[in-house]
Write a protein that binds this ligand. Structure first.
Ligand code: SIN
Length: 539
């Protein structure tokens, strides 16, 4: 059976939901989400949304900080557009019901936080649960909207595309790749459904699960990036993986982030002897950009052989700490760490993909009727390194831009195009009797990426990783076409694709810039590399 909708949205974080609420005024919307609607990376975001609200801040300063962090690779036009549109989008969230911490009575008189790389206080936050506040607000609105259908426990398998000829007179001058929906596995029935859509939006978040240690939840498997690449879209800058400097180090803690806002409120980094070490690496110390802080910690760990360094905020008033960081405080306490008295053991972990599906200023990919927004996309905002708290901002601004553009595109499609869609073909496939192949390859990819494609890279390690991932890819492909598709297998295939793309991009960039550090090329090479790395599959 073929399901039809006007707007198909894959992913239910801030990008997908804010887009859904807007396009729902113009047509039927279907949201496909892998687990429950609120199980997203957005819901885990602690820090906040960067935007200019303070009288002693300015757009120019926010633009400059973003460009400085991006280390020469940001698209200035995009940076200016996002920074200037930010306050309006945050006000929209407040109108939808989001509650951010305030310092006065005015509706937008926000209490503003500080984070690394920002020259002013400009982080709008809801304690240390900003993402949860935003996600819950959007979910409430989406659930009330009669034009929106939410498909939980559904995972997209592949985009559906077709090629159309562009003619000039009788001559075919070009073939256009057009997206008209996706094949989606319904995890409740085990069946693959065909979803036809006028416009498709990828908002599947990031891919940091490709690394052994990550701040991200299990769902961050790069599904959107992998599907778009397979369908022929360009992907860009995938070598720029942001490692967050401070994830909780504890054998039982999986993926728990200690927000950069803790450093913003004065926490310092110390080694196991209590020595504050960041001044050895950069004059901005704990409030330097993340690439510098993560590399400094990595170097300390390698030098001393220690398992972790420590984040110390014990000099601050305990009531302030508990009130400002209620979530981090109680989570640490669960593991026997009272952050008002004890320094918190922390290590860097993969956190955010600065690269992704290449888009224009409206979130359009180079496949017609396919948009990508949020961490899935590479818009040009982050360049070689993302400034803290610019990601929720980017998702808000771009979902608005994508909404405006896709409405125009949707109107122009009308009922002009009718496509014959093939249903998913499962003949000749059987249930797998070797689930171990999936779990083994999953572990191997994540370990290999951590060891060979991590914070500090070398060509030798990258080449080794490339050889391994090609073997793994081959195994996965054989398995994929022989057995019935499961969500684990879909995620593994996507994870392997994104791993290969990260390695290929890292091998291409023969310099060190922003988040990409290669010991063989320790300097920046502006002459040859002041440009994005772009990969596109030959179809
Ligand atoms: C954090 O709270 O440190 C994460 C915020 C971000 O990644 O922008």
């Amino acid at each position: 059976m073929i399901e039809k909708t006007d707007f198909l949205i894959i992913g239910s974080g801030i990008a997908g939901l804010s887009y859904a609420l807007k396009v729902a005024q113009f047509g039927k919307v279907t949201i496909v989400t892998k687990k429950q609607i609120q199980k997203t990376n957005t819901a885990l975001a602690q820090g906040g949304v960067a935007a200019v609200f303070s009288k002693i801040d300015s757009f120019d300063l926010h633009i400059k900080d973003t460009l400085d962090a991006g280390d020469g690779l940001c698209n200035k036009e995009v940076v200016e557009m996002v920074v200037k549109d930010g306050p309006a989008r945050i006000k929209e969230l407040v109108k939808q019901g989001a509650n951010f911490n305030k310092q006065g009575d005015g509706k937008y008189d926000f209490s503003l936080g500080q984070e690394g790389g920002h020259s002013a206080k400009r982080i709008v936050y809801a304690h240390d649960l900003t993402g949860k506040e935003i996600e819950e607000t959007l979910v409430k609105n989406v659930e009330r909207n009669e034009n929106i259908t939410i498909l939980e426990d559904h995972i997209a398998v592949n985009l559906i595309t077709f090629s159309s000829s562009i003619r000039s007179g009788l001559v075919v001058t070009q073939h256009e790749n057009i997206c008209c929906g996706a094949y989606v596995l319904n995890n409740k029935t085990g069946k693959i459904e065909t979803h036809y859509a006028g416009i498709t939006l990828l908002a599947t978040g990031g891919a940091s699960k490709v690394y052994l240690y990550t701040s991200n939840p299990d769902i961050a498997t790069g599904d959107g990036i992998a599907m778009a690449y397979r369908a022929g879209a360009s992907v860009a800058n995938l070598e720029f993986v942001q490692f967050h400097p401070t994830c909780l180090f504890h054998p039982q803690a999986k993926n728990f982030l200690i927000s950069e806002a803790v450093r913003g409120e004065g926490a310092v980094l110390i080694d196991s002897n209590g020595r504050r070490f960041m001044a050895d690496y950069t004059p901005d110390k704990e409030l330097a950009c993340r690439d510098k802080v993560a590399r400094a910690i990595d170097s300390e760990l390698k030098k001393t052989g220690a398992d972790a360094v420590f984040l110390d905020i014990t000099h601050k008033d305990p009531d302030f700490v508990k009130n400002r960081f209620p979530n981090i405080y109680s989570k640490c306490l669960e593991y026997g760490i009272d952050m008002t008295k004890d320094p918190i053991p922390v290590v860097p972990a993969a956190h955010y993909m600065c690269g992704g599906v290449a888009t224009d200023l409206n979130g359009k990919t180079d496949i017609q009727r396919l948009y990508a927004v949020g961490e899935t996309a590479c818009t040009g905002l982050h360049g070689a390194n993302r400034l803290a708290s610019n990601s929720l901002l980017e998702a808000l601004v771009y979902s608005h831009r994508a909404y405006q553009s896709s409405i125009e595109e949707f109107k122009s499609i009308g009922n002009k195009v009718t496509v014959t869609l093939d249903q998913w073909d499962e003949t000749d496939t059987t249930d797998s009797d070797e689930a171990i192949v999936v779990s083994h390859n999953w572990d191997e990819i994540r370990r290999l990426m951590w060891n060979y494609v991590g914070i500090v890279r070398s060509d030798k390690r990258l080449q080794r990783a490339f050889r391994r991932i090609q073997n793994i890819q081959q195994e996965i492909n054989e398995y994929y076409w022989g057995f019935k598709v499961t969500s684990d297998l879909i995620e593994l295939r996507n994870l392997a694709t994104v791993a290969e793309l990260i390695i290929q991009s890292a091998l291409m960039r023969k310099e060190s810039r922003g988040l990409h550090y290669n010991i063989g090329y320790p300097q920046k090479d502006d002459l040859n590399w002041l440009k994005p790395t772009i990969l596109k599959k030959r179809l």
